[in-house]
Unconditional design. Structure first.
Length: 331
């Protein structure tokens, strides 16, 4: 799967492409930081305007909106470029995998589900890596950029349960975000979601294989198809039930998550120790830090699918190695 980074043929795309994707994401995060500062200034301007008639001019108001439009245009342009380039980058990664599988397919074709591994799992792998890889790097950058902002804004403000401790707000964000993530990891482990996804794909592959055989072999009994599809039905129904249990916990946490920042800064809001602009800037920075810390939580369903795809491809490659080594020993 990772020959892309070790084959000289792909060095330019593997390392040059990685650098381009990462730099474009870094620039997007820098623009996001500037937008956060803009929110503080804009809502302070709104507070002034609502406090006294004609306290600001139309030029000031629309000038502030134009500044946001400029930031948004730059962010959109970078986002579009990053998404477009990342798609090409990951297709090259998939191509490097497929090149290897093609080169050994005369040996791999007898392995059950070989066609599905080469065609379906490679495209799944590349698509999942596109979403998870870029979002992971973005989460790390956002954490490093917004963490100091959150620290600076919250200095001197009373935080629920932490008082005026300078690390109170970031500690609250850490406890809430990491605690929720660990809870979801534990729940997924108890429910064996990765194993269920793996079993689901295996049963689907077996059913697909017998259907392909039945296209050319009239001796395949209908009962064989029905038995295999019964296994497919059983594992799907099991996955629906277990994901229902998982989503009960996930959705409850996400709904509570909406209010987490407002709960922690409640003493400062009630005491009137901040302006509307500062509150908006703080809540947005809190949300960005919290979102970064919740990367595993937010990405958990996709991570489960990636783990299943990785497990299938890893097993497929190991079986190819076994076939090759057996042929060498016979020779």
């Amino acid at each position: 799967m990772f020959k892309f980074f070790f084959d000289p043929k792909w060095y330019l795309w593997a390392y040059g492409g990685s650098a381009i994707v990462l730099v474009s994401i870094w620039l997007q995060v820098q623009i996001d930081v500037q937008i956060n500062y803009w929110f503080g200034d804009f809502y302070d301007l709104i507070q002034v305007a609502l406090g006294e008639p004609n306290a600001i001019t139309m030029d000031e108001y629309f000038g502030s909106l134009i500044v946001f439009g400029q930031f948004a245009a730059m962010w959109i342009g970078l986002s579009l470029f990053s998404s477009f380039f990342a798609s090409h980058y990951l297709f090259r990664w998939r191509t490097s995998m497929v090149d290897y599988y093609h080169s050994v397919f005369d040996k791999a074709r007898h392995i059950e589900g070989a066609s599905q591994r080469v065609q379906e799992d490679t495209i799944k792998f590349s698509r999942i890596m596109e979403s998870l890889g870029t979002s992971l790097f973005e989460a790390i950058l956002v954490l490093f950029e917004f963490f100091p902002i959150l620290m600076t804004i919250s200095i001197g403000l009373p935080i629920l349960w932490f008082g005026e401790w300078e690390y109170g707000l970031v500690t609250g964000a850490f406890i809430w975000s990491v605690g929720g993530t660990l809870f979801m990891v534990l729940l997924a482990w108890v429910l064996r979601l990765v194993g269920i996804e793996y079993d689901l794909q295996k049963k689907e592959a077996a059913y697909r294989k017998i259907l392909v055989i039945a296209e050319d072999d009239g001796s395949v009994r209908p009962k064989s198809l029905e038995e295999l599809f019964e296994g497919v039905r059983s594992i799907h129904f099991k996955s629906y039930l277990y994901y229902l249990y998982f989503n009960i916990g996930r959705l409850a946490y996400l709904q509570a998550n909406v209010l987490s920042a407002y709960i922690l800064i409640a003493p400062a809001i009630v005491a009137g120790l901040m302006t509307l602009g500062v509150m908006q800037q703080l809540v947005r920075a809190f949300g960005r830090v919290e979102g970064s810390l919740q990367y595993l939580f937010q990405s958990w369903p996709t991570l489960i699918e990636l783990a299943s795809v990785y497990k299938r491809l890893r097993e497929f490659e190991r079986r190819i190695d076994v076939v090759i080594s057996e042929e060498k020993s016979r020779a």
